[in-house]
Write a protein that binds this ligand. Structure first.
Ligand SMILES: NC(=O)c1ccc[n+]([C@@H]2O[C@H](COP(=O)([O-])OP(=O)(O)OC[C@H]3O[C@@H](n4cnc5c(N)ncnc54)[C@H](OP(=O)(O)O)[C@@H]3O)[C@@H](O)[C@H]2O)c1
Length: 419
C-alpha cells in the first residue's frame, strides 16, 4: 500500500498553467466522482498555489499513471503541458509534502493560515464523496493537526501575511500613499475579505466591494466599512478608482480590454493599478498593454514572498523539526497498519495449530480435570506466544516501509490472508 500524489504548483508552473487545472471548491465533489472511475480512494486539493491529487494504491507507478490520466482527461490539458509541469511523489516524500503544505511551508506566502482550511475542506469533500478510507483519512488528519501544532509552537504565522494582504502591499509600493486611494475589491469571499481588511488597516480611504451577489458584497462592506456594488456596476467604479484587487472565484475573465479601455478614456492621466490574485485569473492579460494601466498577477507577488521566507528562516527550521517528529509517528502508524493483517493471520494460524494439536493430545490422554486441561492450554498458549513474540516485535518495529518483511513472513508461513 502506498500514498501517491501528482500535482502542479506555484513552483513548477506559472499562473497561466495553474488556472487551467484549478478546481473551484464548489466543483470538487463532481471531480471526485470523475476521479472515482480511475482510483478507489482519493483526495483533491486545489488552491491558488496548487492542484494535487492524492491516492492510496498497491502500486505507486500505476497510481501516478491513473492520476495523470485523470488530470489529462477531465481538465483537458495537453500531454506535453502536463508532463512538463507536474510532479509525482510517493511514500514518505508524499507524506512530507502534505505536512509541509498544512504548515504553510509550501505556500507562496510562508505561514499563511488559509491553506489549513483549504486542506480541511478537501478532506471533508472527499469524505462526503466516500472517497476516503483509513490511510488517507489518517494522513490528512495528522497533516492538519501538525499544521495547527506548528502554528501554535513556532512563530511561522506570527503577524502572518495572506496573498491578499501582500497584494495590498504591492499596491502600496506601486502607488505610494494609499490613504487617498479609492480601491475596488472584486470578490467578497475569503480573499476579498482579507484584501478589504488589509486595505482598511493601511488607511485606504474608500473601499468598494463588488460581488456577483449583492448581498454578499453588502455583508462584507458592512463589516469592514466599505461600499457594496454588484458586478454590473463595475464599469462605473472603474472610471474613478486607483486600485483594483481582483479575487472573485469566477471561471472566466471579469475584466477584459474593452472594459478597461472604456474606463481609461474617462481618466487617461490617472494611473490604474490592477492586482489580480484570482486563479483562474479575473483580468485578461492583454489589459497590461493599455496605457497607464499596471497589471500584476499572483505570480508577481513572488518577490515579496521570498522576503517573507527569509524573515521567517528560524521559524521555518523549527517547523521542519516538528514535521520530522510528527512524520516519524505517522510512519510508525503506517508500518503497523501494513503489518497488521500479516500479524493477525500469523497469530490465527498458530492458534489453529495449537488448539488442534491440544485437542488431539487430550483425546489420547486419560480424562483430565478442568484444572489440568486449563494448565495444559495455558502452557501451549505460552509456547506459541513466546515463539511468535520476537518475529511480531520485529515486524512492528522494522523501519522497512515497503512491507517487504511482512511479505516474506506471508510467503514463509503460507498464511491465509483472506480469512
Ligand atoms: N482564499 C485565499 O486566501 C486566496 C488567496 C489567494 C488567491 N485566492 C484566489 O481568489 C479567488 C477567490 O478565492 P476565495 O477563497 O475568496 O473564494 P470564494 O470565497 O469562493 O470567493 C467567492 C467570491 O467569488 C464570487 N464568484 C464566484 N463565482 C463567480 C462567478 N462565476 N462570477 C463572478 N463571481 C463569482 C462570489 O460571488 P457571490 O457573491 O455570487 O458568491 C464571491 O464574491 C480564487 O480564484 C482563489 O484562487 C484566494
Amino acid at each position: 500500500m502506498q500514498i501517491s500524489l501528482v500535482g502542479i504548483n506555484h513552483r513548477t508552473a506559472p499562473v497561466a498553467v495553474r488556472e487551467k487545472v484549478a478546481i473551484r471548491a464548489g466543483n470538487l465533489g463532481d471531480f471526485l466522482e470523475l476521479f472515482r472511475s480511475h482510483v478507489s480512494q482519493g483526495v483533491i486539493l486545489s488552491t491558488c498555489n496548487r492542484t494535487e491529487v492524492y491516492t492510496v494504491t498497491n502500486n505507486g507507478i500505476q497510481a501516478r499513471e491513473l492520476s495523470l490520466n485523470f488530470l489529462q482527461t477531465h481538465l483537458d490539458i495537453p500531454d506535453a503541458t502536463l508532463h512538463r509541469y507536474t510532479y509525482a511523489l510517493e511514500g514518505e516524500a508524499a507524506v512530507e509534502h502534505l505536512f509541509r503544505i498544512t504548515c504553510g511551508l509550501d505556500s507562496m506566502i510562508v505561514g499563511e493560515y488559509e491553506v489549513l482550511g483549504q486542506v480541511r475542506q478537501a478532506l471533508e469533500v472527499a469524505e462526503k464523496a466516500k472517497m476516503v478510507r483509513l490511510p488517507l483519512r489518517h494522513l490528512f488528519q495528522d497533516a492538519i493537526r501538525t499544521g495547527r501544532r506548528v502554528r501554535e509552537e513556532t512563530g511561522i504565522s506570527r503577524n502572518a501575511f495572506s496573498v491578499s494582504s501582500v497584494a495590498v502591499d504591492l499596491a502600496a509600493r506601486s502607488i505610494g500613499d494609499l490613504a487617498s486611494c479609492k480601491m475596488l475589491v472584486i470578490g467578497a469571499g475569503e480573499a476579498g475579505r482579507l484584501a478589504a481588511k488589509a486595505a482598511k488597516d493601511r488607511g485606504v480611504s474608500q473601499v468598494i466591494i463588488a460581488s456577483r451577489t449583492r448581498e454578499r458584497a453588502s455583508t462584507l462592506a458592512a463589516a469592514l466599512g466599505g461600499l457594496p456594488i454588484s458586478m454590473n456596476e463595475l464599469a462605473g467604479e472603474l472610471n474613478t478608482c486607483n486600485l483594483v484587487v481582483a479575487c472573485a472565484n469566477a471561471p472566466h475573465w471579469l475584466l477584459d480590454e474593452s472594459h478597461v479601455e472604456t474606463a481609461m478614456k474617462h481618466r487617461p492621466e490617472l494611473p490604474l493599478v490592477i492586482i489580480d490574485i484570482a486563479v483562474p485569473r479575473n483580468v485578461a492579460p492583454a489589459v497590461a498593454q493599455i496605457k497607464n494601466v499596471f497589471l500584476y498577477n499572483i505570480d508577481n507577488l513572488t518577490k515579496v514572498s521570498k522576503q517573507n521566507q527569509k524573515q521567517r528562516k528560524e521559524e521555518i527550521e523549527r517547523a521542519v523539526k516538528i514535521i520530522a517528529a510528527e512524520m516519524a509517528e505517522f510512519n510508525a502508524w503506517w508500518r503497523a497498519l501494513e503489518v497488521r493483517p500479516v500479524i493477525t493471520a500469523l497469530m490465527k494460524q498458530a492458534e489453529d495449530i495449537r488448539s488442534a494439536q491440544l485437542n488431539k493430545t487430550l483425546k489420547k490422554l486419560r480424562p483430565l480435570s478442568d484444572e489440568e486441561q486449563a494448565n495444559l492450554a495455558a502452557m501451549t498458549k505460552s509456547i506459541v506466544t513466546r515463539i511468535l513474540q520476537n518475529p511480531i516485535r520485529h515486524l512492528k518495529e522494522s523501519t522497512n516501509t515497503d512491507g517487504e518483511h511482512a511479505e516474506i513472513i506471508n510467503e514463509l508461513f503460507r498464511l491465509d490472508m483472506e480469512s
